[in-house]
Design a protein around this ligand. Structure first.
Ligand SMILES: [Ca+2]
Ligand SMILES: [Ca+2]
Ligand SMILES: [Ca+2]
Length: 341
């Protein structure tokens, strides 16, 4: 069977958007420091608005202190700096400024706390929570960075928790051993968990089924997922499992009597694209795939194939905030009955 990898298309792409100035998402300096065997490597971003021949200064302070000390003796022409751990000890906060060719120095970036970790080159070290998912039953494979407060700096990670335990040991409140998504702040707090349900796998490369992106350009990350019966979102106020797709209290969102379509061969699962609030894990909006509009009459999809949400986010930034309520999806399969022989 031919494979069709399906990307999201934004049907609401107004003509004016095509020619409008490109929207650039806010980006911070993103200072990061990691330890090698006996040295510290500090790196940061050069921003598109900055002059080609600008330089940088690196500042340090003891964590919690208000007084910064400049680290570099000469202007830094690159976007990295190496020093010894004795020069930049653990527990140091680091910030970077940009200096224009005329000598004007900009504001200090958000500080990065340089900490000791068990392994070299690590700058985030998070213990998974154990109240929702048994850490022994869920391994971790993929991660997507998120900016949940709109300051241009990543502050949370979305991670794929893949079931690796024994059959019958799925997390309480879930119906299957399905993939879960969890969001963690950089200091290790779990913000929310979403159960992808039995009909949506998180795969590799083009078939992630998950994109973390500021789709409505308000500075804060949304999470776009392929969803289906059994996909369950988070109830942030109660800090527990919330509703299914479209606010349904029932996992069988299309009320056809089937939730786990992998256990039967008669019918394909319903598929949706859901937009999730990156800070809460709650579904903002969803749209069911328009099965009938895009069939080629020859191909079909099943529970393990089906439409794919691409990781490609090229030019999504050109799609204005209209996308919140006016997006649509394109797919190459119909949701038709599959009769087994
Ligand atoms: Ca942020
Ligand atoms: Ca957003
Ligand atoms: Ca159903």
């Amino acid at each position: 069977m031919r494979k069709f990898y399906i990307g999201l298309l934004m049907a609401a792409m107004l003509p004016s958007c095509l020619y409008a100035q490109r929207i650039q998402q806010k980006l911070g300096r993103s200072v990061v420091a990691v330890a090698g065997s006996d040295n510290v490597l500090v790196t940061w971003r050069k921003l598109a608005q900055e002059p080609e021949n600008c330089t940088y200064n690196l500042y340090m302070r003891k964590q919690g202190s208000s007084d910064y000390t400049k680290v570099n003796a000469e202007p830094i022409v690159n976007t990295n700096y190496q020093a010894t751990v004795s020069t930049i000890p653990y527990g140091t906060e680091l910030a970077v400024t940009m200096v224009s060719p005329d000598g004007t120095e900009g504001d200090k970036s958000s500080p990065f706390l340089f900490q000791s970790h068990a392994y070299n080159n690590v700058f985030i070290d998070i213990d998974f929570e154990g109240a929702v998912l048994n850490p022994n039953n869920y391994e971790f494979k993929y991660a997507w960075p998120m900016d949940n407060d709109g300051d241009g700096e990543f502050d949370a990670l979305l991670v794929d928790r893949r079931y690796c335990g024994l059959a019958g040991q799925a997390a309480p409140g879930t119906t299957t051993t399905s993939h879960k998504l969890q969001a963690y702040t950089f200091d290790g707090r779990c913000l929310w968990t979403v159960d992808m349900g039995p009909n949506v796998d998180i795969d590799a490369g083009q078939g992630d089924m998950v994109v973390a992106y500021d789709i409505n350009c308000d500075g804060r990350t949304e999470v776009i997922v392929k969803s289906s019966d059994g996909t369950r979102f988070w109830n942030k106020a109660a800090e527990t499992w919330g509703s299914y797709v479209g606010g349904s209290r029932d996992a069988d969102t299309d009320a056809d009597g089937i939730v786990d379509y992998t256990k039967q061969g008669k019918r394909n699962p319903p598929y949706y694209v859901s937009i999730i609030d990156g800070a809460t894990g709650e579904e903002i909006v969803h749209s069911e795939l328009n099965y009938s509009a895009v069939t080629d009459g020859a191909d079909r999809y099943g529970a393990t194939t089906g439409p794919t949400i691409e990781t490609t986010t090229t030019d999504w930034s050109m799609l204005s905030s209209e996308v919140r309520s006016r997006y649509a999806t394109s797919m190459a399969y119909t949701r038709r009955l599959q009769f087994s022989v």
